[in-house]
Write a protein that binds this ligand. Structure first.
Ligand code: C2E
Ligand code: MG
Ligand code: MG
Ligand code: MG
Length: 285
């Protein structure tokens, strides 16, 4: 009896696995087609400069407008893009689309804003990444310092020597580099000595319970101070309420980003928001 039972379980288990594998395969096939079918979209979330109260940059965030699934968040498909290597062509599409958008805004006469673009590990270590970025910036005649690439600690720690080389090439070109979700990785602070970066981004994990959580408050202010002392820029992400904003601006965090100001929105909406946020009160003192 036990044997039979076991076999039934086994069959059940396999059927389940097949279903999961099939679903994954369908997702992969659809993602493969998504690029050709132009189903990826970039949304943009404003970054507000604390001193001036103006929008001085945006972060580009990818979405997948799937005919079957609707608007899909990156958390649900970036890992699969990474596994399959599809992240390389999709990531290049992201950089190019974000840069074209930046060009459009500049040509339309908006004040110049930085364009933050997230990179994946595989994309970062792609041999021709730096050349490709140089090419795109040159073709569009864009100032390189307006592009800010967001990397994570683990991406640079994965292969330190090549990361240092890539970062120096980017620096020579004038492209900015931000460490995303700073402080959530496992690396030591010492690596900042070797990596030429421009910006530290405070993870929304640390922003969420500000200012009540005293540990988070200490971490956030330590990162802001570290950035200032190293002459780096600081950005806090996930700012959802006035208390968080007051704490972070009181600590002299340079830029704020979060639902309090705006969710990530399609490009057309950014123009409207620019008008709104120009009216934000300036910081006194
Ligand atoms: P991230 O780069 O840390 O982006 C911040 C995430 O926080 C975004 O989620 C954003 O929509 C969300 N967010 C912004 N403000 C708030 C807030 O006030 N409260 C809360 N709770 N969340 C907020 P999203 O757009 O779902 O992106 C998730 C992650 O996917 C990103 O995290 C990034 O790691 C990755 N990602 C997004 N776009 C790209 C891309 O083009 N390429 C690559 N390689 N990764 C991307
Ligand atoms: Mg980011
Ligand atoms: Mg982040
Ligand atoms: Mg994140």
């Amino acid at each position: 009896h036990a044997k039979k039972h076991g076999r039934n379980n086994y069959q059940y288990y396999t059927a389940d696995m097949n279903a999961a594998a099939y679903e994954r395969l369908m997702l992969e096939t659809n993602l493969r087609r998504a690029l050709e079918r132009e189903e990826f979209r970039l949304y943009y979330q404003p970054q507000i400069d604390v001193q001036s109260g103006a929008v001085t940059g945006v972060e580009a965030l990818i979405r997948w407008q799937s005919p079957e699934l609707g608007l899909v968040s990156p958390g649900e498909f970036i890992p699969l893009l990474e596994e399959t290597g599809l992240i390389v062509p999709v990531g290049e599409w992201v950089i190019e689309t974000a840069c074209r958008q930046m060009k459009e805004w500049l040509d339309a006469g908006y004040p110049s804003m930085t364009m933050a673009v997230n990179l994946s590990a595989r994309q970062f270590h792609q041999v021709d990444l730096v050349e490709r970025i140089a090419q795109i910036l040159q073709e569009l005649n864009l100032p390189p310092e307006l592009l800010e690439l967001e990397l994570t600690e683990s991406m640079v720690m994965e292969s330190v020597d090549s990361a240092v080389e890539i970062l120096h090439k980017l620096k020579r070109m004038g492209v900015k580099v931000a460490i995303d979700d700073f402080g959530t990785g496992v690396s030591s602070l010492g690596y900042l000595k070797h990596f030429p970066v421009d910006t530290l981004k405070i993870s929304h994990d640390f922003v969420l319970n500000l200012p009540r959580d005293s540990v988070d408050a200490s971490i956030a202010s330590a990162v802001i101070n570290l950035a200032r002392n190293m002459q780096l820029s600081s950005v806090a992400e996930g700012v959802e309420n006035a208390e968080q904003m007051d704490f972070l601006s009181g600590q002299d965090c340079e830029r704020l980003q979060g639902y309090l100001f705006s969710r990530p929105v399609p490009a057309e909406k950014i123009a409207e928001l620019l008008g709104t946020w120009q009216a934000m009160p300036k910081k006194s003192g």
